[in-house]
Design a protein around this ligand. Sequence first.
Ligand SMILES: Cc1cc2nc3c(=O)[nH]c(=O)nc-3n(C[C@H](O)[C@H](O)[C@H](O)COP(=O)(O)OP(=O)(O)OC[C@H]3O[C@@H](n4cnc5c(N)ncnc54)[C@H](O)[C@@H]3O)c2cc1C
Length: 458
Amino acid sequence: MRFGDAKPAPYWRETVENPVDAPPLQGDVTCDLAIIGGGFTGLWSALKATERNGDASIVVLEGGKLSNAASGRNGGFCAPSISHGVSNATQRWPGEAETLIRLGRENLDDLEADLAHHGIDGGFERNGKLNVAATPWQAEGLRAMQASYARFGIETEYLEGAALDERFNTPRYHAGLFEPNYALVNPARLVDGLAKAAMARGASLHENSLVTGMKNAADGVRLTTAEGTVLAKQVILATNASVPLLRRLRSAIIPIWDYTLVSEPLSADQLAAIGWQGRYGIADSGNQFHYFRKIADNRILWGGYDAIYYYGSKRDAHLHDRAESYETIERNFFDAFPALGGIGFTHRWGGLIDTSARLTAFVGTAFQNRVAYAMGFTGQGVSATRFAALTMLDLLEGKTTERTRLKLLSSRAVPFPPEPIRSWAVKWAQTDLAREDLTGHRSLLLRTLDKFKIGFGS
Ligand SMILES: Cc1cc2nc3c(=O)[nH]c(=O)nc-3n(C[C@H](O)[C@H](O)[C@H](O)COP(=O)(O)OP(=O)(O)OC[C@H]3O[C@@H](n4cnc5c(N)ncnc54)[C@H](O)[C@@H]3O)c2cc1C
């Protein structure tokens, strides 16, 4: 297999010039707002908090190095959605679907405007997304998707035959639905840019400062790290797929591992052979789906498909590299791109997704409104984290806004059962999802979960 020659580290990291290198927290400090976690959620919270109150003292505590978790390891698909897509909104929150879809589109526009305003080079490019189908039932699914998008005034273009070949020409996919309003980012540059912008506006940042304790004290919330403490008036918990510091949140998410390969740069002939004309991202339509995109020098980033859950919700660092998953996704790559038979891979990596049973984040407060949290983004947090950050700041300010009123964010996520039922249930759902991909038939189990609005995916 070719992935064996690839470097086991995220490609994105190498694209950041002069990355932030912040010292660990040492000693005891006090502040107005402490933010735990330096991914997109924590950094958007920090930046937006500096905009809302320029005088507030803000401290971000990141347990490792920036970009080493999901925010630096993702595919960079930046959706015009806060609800993990239109169909998730219509199925789970039909009463507020229209609002969710509008807010998702506004959030993407505002995110782009924020990057311009703060001079952040996050590699933002709004080139659209092509959803492709490999089977007749997936093609039907794309037709249904088009009809559902049309209800909300979302423009799409259905493609097959020569029209599809002009955009993307491989033997595996027979139909496509192009959505022009979809963006891509360079995740690690976005993390670095957000951190630098927040720091330029006065926020302090500490890397390698894992918070091991969070206590509600008389005079604030006390956080403990290896070499220091923080006494904060308010706290934002932005720890994504890590074990939540609040015990009550522990069964609301499970850690799912997702793996990625990056190819060598494609030559002009190789690109012509697969007919991928523009710089739009592509995703296939299975339950087990691949997402893929071109990156700066016409390499292909190829991720997804093999969502792995380890018994006991394991999160050990060595699981970032998994030969069996690379084998599967490499095989799928050459199945999708037989014309690229001679190409190798330069990078491989895994990352942790905080899967919730409704595929979207939930936001709430604890410790008498001193702590706000957001997690459960599942595999679509690149843009939704910004929205969640704004909602947490609204809550900490005691404001009722259109965001805080959303059932999407404020309703409780259905908890996952404890082990051993947890792994058994995940395995059962995954087997049925894989079978549906092969046959087009949705099992009784999946239809029952649908009825109770419970989902499993990445
Ligand atoms: C492989 C992969 C591909 C993905 N692709 C996409 C995609 O294309 N599009 C999309 O929209 N979404 C995608 N996602 C999801 C997206 O990356 C996440 O939803 C998003 O990055 C979450 O941001 P975050 O800040 O909440 O979490 P993270 O980036 O995980 O940041 C959380 C941070 O908290 C820190 N932390 C945890 N506990 C503590 C503690 N106790 N003390 C201090 N720090 C702590 C961690 O070290 C970490 O840096 C993908 C995810 C993965 C893993």
